[in-house]
Design a protein around this ligand. Structure first.
Ligand code: OXD
Ligand code: MN
Length: 601
């Protein structure tokens, strides 16, 4: 079996950073007694430790070294072909009652689940090394930051987590020695990477995650989807803050006025591209900077929402990334990057579908097989990924480490919709905005296993990530709104609307700046809009489309409302709310009735 590395015994001074907090030590002892590793490796996050682990990973074929001149200090990892995406069907929220997990989560009873997992973990690390990784999510001096520990038997996880989180000493310092301090317990074992023994289990009440049988990032980098979103959203409700599947970007006008925007899109709908947008030439002097590309933690201060990015790196989808689609991402992944499941070229470079230039005449595909442009298989897996430090991003926002976070002027929801949903529109107020988020839908992508291209409702892009009852989550959004005296304006966008010929109507990528500019205009009290049944819609002349080669009819179509399509859409909203079995707050039901009434006028 691939990637199941035997134990490693590091030289003195590496792998011995034992934490002093007694609660952590007791827990590590308990897991070691259960899993029976050959040795325990206490990670400190140092460069020396990284060098050692890379050396061992190369020796054991967990990583392949790339051409130092082409992609310095970067590596390729191939996961097991049965293990290439998040597995929502094997992801569980284990709360004392099924109601707490709600209608959108798989639920199992915590006692039984712990027992089953203990059985699977029993002796699972025999012959292997158990790594203990302390990490911090969020800037060092943010009140929102959280501490987690991940125990894992995968070096790939250790090397990835040191990119994705603030790892080592900084986390131990923040945790301190108080045994009752809040911290997340994460246990991961590859087991035998068998889909039949693949479970990603969350125990929100215990602040605990146990993930077995997978080596894919979204299932095993427990800091990300598991802690920062599923457990995070549970803690956020309890502690009156928000954990959201949102990018955060800064947008600065030539006059130096700056706004921050948070945007929720389902997986693989271009969050990273939007977060790293480069404005087209027409917007000379405008600057977009990235605070985060996937997750926002937000709290209320002075009646406003302030956001931090809990992560320290990007775990992004590779295919389609090019100097044309996202130059900042290309700059970010040009060095110090771990690639997973892309193709390996004969000159030691990486390649994927959609990369600039011609495909290589020959390569090794993501499965490790010979590949040529004539092959029927893709060279890179559609969900192949890069793991890269956020510091690599040429457009990193200067306030990314600011503990108090950045003030959010606008929240954007968006999905991948071929029809019905206009390019952009604005909610009438916060509660209506919550409705837009709650009824969001998108055509599915390769980021999770299952059918691709099916429209599914994905409220706030949190369907796979909300760690408790979705009805209570909607109510939490409404409750947060009541506490905001200066709430962000809420918008919905759709870059993916298609014309009758099946082609995208909107060019997307950098041109999305035109939509962003209208959003900023609205935040500043400028920017025209027409009242429509679904919200405030720009008319074509409200958008700055100068120097854009786009047909007038396409713009009309992009901004148009088709009443028949909307009747179907509203019926689908009702069907979705009904399918949740009575948990949807009354306020959102009222919003739906108002929307329907708007079309009857
Ligand atoms: C991700 C996802 O990896 O949403 O960010 O699947
Ligand atoms: Mn995501």
């Amino acid at each position: 079996m691939k990637n199941l590395a035997p134990a490693i015994f590091p030289p003195k001074g590496i792998g011995d950073a034992t934490p002093s907090n007694k609660a952590v030590l007791d827990w590590v002892n308990e897991i070691a007694t259960l899993t029976q590793p050959d040795n325990i490796f206490w990670c400190d996050g140092s460069e020396r430790e990284k060098e050692f682990l890379i050396g061992e990973s190369l020796r054991q074929n967990v990583l392949i070294e790339l051409n130092e001149k082409k992609v310095p200090r970067s590596y390729l990892h191939r996961s097991n072909p049965n293990d290439v995406a998040r597995v929502e069907q094997f992801t569980f929220v284990c709360t004392p009652t099924k109601e707490e997990a709600g209608p959108t989560n798989n639920w199992t009873e915590p006692g039984e689940t712990y027992a089953k997992l203990r059985e699977l973990l029993s002796g699972a690390m025999r012959g292997r090394t158990m790594f203990v990784i302390p990490y911090m999510m969020g800037p060092a001096d943010s009140p929102l930051s959280k501490i987690g520990f991940e125990i894992t038997d995968s070096k790939y996880v250790v090397l990835s987590l040191r990119i994705m989180t603030r790892m080592g000493e900084i986390a131990l310092k923040r945790l301190g020695n108080d045994p009752s301090a809040e911290w997340n317990r994460g246990v991961h074992s590859l087991l035998d990477v068998n889909p039949e023994r693949r479970f990603i289990c969350h125990f929100p009440q215990d602040n605990t995650i146990i993930s077995v049988g997978s080596g894919y990032g979204g299932n095993v980098l427990l800091s990300k989807k598991c802690l920062a979103l599923r457990i995070g959203s549970y803690l956020a409700r309890k502690q009156n803050w928000m954990a959201e599947h949102m990018l955060i970007l800064g947008v600065e006008s030539p006059e130096g006025r700056k706004h921050y925007v948070a945007a929720a899109f389902p997986s693989a709908c271009g969050k990273t591209n939007f977060a790293m947008l480069i404005p087209p030439a027409h917007f000379q002097g405008w600057k977009v900077t990235t605070v985060g590309d996937d997750i926002a933690w937000m709290e209320i201060r002075d009646g406003r929402l302030y956001a931090v990015n809990p992560e320290n790196g990007y775990f992004g989808v590779v295919p389609g990334t090019s100097y044309k689609s996202n130059p900042n991402a290309m700059g970010s992944i040009a060095h110090d990057t771990i690639y997973t499941n892309v193709a390996f070229t004969d000159d030691g470079d990486v390649w994927w579908e959609g990369k600039d230039g011609e495909p290589p005449a020959h390569a090794i595909d993501w499965r490790g097989n010979e590949w040529t442009p004539q092959s029927s298989e893709k060279a890179a897996h559609p969900n192949s990924r890069f793991t890269t430090p956020m510091r690599n991003n040429p457009a990193l926002d200067p306030d990314v480490e600011k503990g108090e976070g950045v003030p959010i002027s606008a929240i954007i929801f968006g999905g991948r919709r071929s029809d019905t949903v206009p390019l952009v529109y604005q909610a009438f107020d916060w509660d209506h905005g919550v409705y837009l988020g709650a009824t969001m839908a998108s055509e599915t992508t390769a980021a999770a296993t299952g059918a691709v291209g099916r429209v599914r409702r994905d409220p706030m892009a949190m369907l796979p990530f909300c760690g408790y009852n979705i009805g209570a989550y909607f109510q939490h959004w409404l409750d947060i709104g009541k506490q905001l005296t200066n709430p962000p304006l809420i918008f919905n966008v759709n870059w993916f609307r298609k014309g009758a010929d099946g082609k995208f109507l909107w060019p997307g990528f950098g041109e999305n700046m035109r939509v962003l500019k209208w959003i900023i205009d609205r935040c500043e009290g400028n920017g025209g809009a027409l009242k429509s049944p679904i919200g405030w819609l720009p008319s074509p002349h409200d958008l700055d489309l100068a120097e854009l080669n786009i047909d007038h009819n396409a713009v009309d179509e992009l901004l148009g409302l088709d009443h028949e399509e909307w009747q179907k859409e509203i019926a689908a909203h009702k069907e979705f709310f009904d399918s949740l079995g009575g948990v949807v707050p009354e306020e959102l039901q009222k919003q739906r009735e108002q929307l329907a009434a708007g079309f009857d006028l």
